[in-house]
Design a protein around this ligand. Structure first.
Ligand SMILES: [Zn+2]
Length: 134
């Protein structure tokens, strides 16, 4: 038995304890057939009001942007509105650090050759020293 999320045609998202093979259930809110949806353990992805959307809206929109869709998105920062805004403006969430982005080459730092020489010399003299113990 596992916990899984289901969504009905009226977009009610509910969680049920089911056999892992089960793909459908009945929505407890409206009684329609609900299909199993992919969900991440411990996360609820059905809510419209979430922190990452508000943070994305802060980054995405200029404070002076008075376009109707920008004003609407700032007033109602929901997943749906953000997705619609991104689609309407042909924007993508993908950046260089995400899967599918081109690889980024970071050259290694230049070695500090003076420190390397000092270290080699110190080790050399350590090996060559003669100790007299009595
Ligand atoms: Zn429903």
């Amino acid at each position: 038995m596992i916990y899984a999320d289901f969504e009905c045609p009226s977009h009610h998202i509910t969680e049920h304890l089911i056999h892992w093979k089960q793909k459908k259930t009945v929505c407890p809110t409206c009684g329609k057939k609900a299909k199993r949806i992919i969900s991440v353990a411990g996360q609820y992805a059905g809510n419209q009001d979430c922190e990452h959307v508000r943070s994305a809206v802060d980054v995405l929109l200029d404070k002076d942007n008075k376009a109707p869709d920008a004003v609407n998105l700032r007033k109602h920062p929901t997943r749906e509105n953000l997705n619609r805004y991104l689609k309407d403006h042909s924007l993508s969430r993908m950046d260089y650090t995400e899967h599918g982005g081109p690889p980024v080459y970071h050259p290694p730092p230049e070695p500090d050759m003076r420190a390397v020489h000092e270290e080699v010399a110190r080790k050399h003299f350590e090996r060559q020293r003669v100790e007299v113990r009595g």
